[in-house]
Design a protein around this ligand. Structure first.
Ligand code: SF4
Ligand code: SF4
Ligand code: SF4
Length: 159
């Protein structure tokens, strides 16, 4: 059993159904409807261009997978897109993330700060050793998502 599976099994079942509904787009679009054009895109250049390898194609459209890495906002996907779906001018933050208190070890009195350790934006506040909360400095980059041993970091609201 993987470390993450072990911890998650201790606390609560993995909410696969809930997670599968969450599709995050690369942060360079004006309108969700523009992704309809992706069905005409043969080379899916944004996928190859991503330096962190986090763009995956779901139902013919690009979405972000934070399980192994996060978004550096490097602009390369937008530069590679030739069908005017992704634009540098549309660069935006990603939705702020949240911590599921029931799933988080540090909310359940077990020491863990793996999310804070990878956050370059100092966007996770702890009350002493426990009770982490994501603050407004969060860019939504997603680097904290894949390191959490209990899969407790969730998509927040769109900005
Ligand atoms: S390169 Fe542009 S058109 Fe092609 S899949 Fe990516 S976003 Fe869509
Ligand atoms: S990585 Fe962060 S959110 Fe995940 S269990 Fe540890 S303290 Fe909680
Ligand atoms: S998404 Fe990025 S900025 Fe926000 S808390 Fe996680 S690592 Fe920090």
């Amino acid at each position: 059993m993987e470390r993450r599976e072990f911890f998650t099994a201790l606390i609560r079942p993995i909410q696969k159904e809930e997670e599968s509904k969450t599709l995050l787009r690369p942060p360079y679009f004006f309108d969700e409807e523009d992704f309809e054009k992706c069905s005409e895109c043969e080379n899916k250049a944004c996928v190859e261009a991503c330096e962190e390898d986090i763009i995956v194609i779901e139902e013919g459209r690009p979405s972000l997978d934070f399980s192994e890495s996060g978004c550096t906002f490097c602009d390369e996907c937008a530069k590679a897109c030739r069908l005017d779906v992704l634009h540098l001018e549309a660069k935006r933050l990603l939705p702020k993330l949240t911590i599921d208190m029931l799933g988080c070890l540090a909310w359940q009195k077990t020491i863990c700060s793996m999310c804070k350790d990878v956050c370059l934006d100092n966007a996770i506040d702890f009350a002493g050793l426990f009770n982490p909360e994501i603050n407004d400095k969060c860019t939504g980059c997603g680097f904290c998502v894949g390191v959490c041993p209990t899969n407790a970091i969730r998509m927040g609201e769109e900005r």
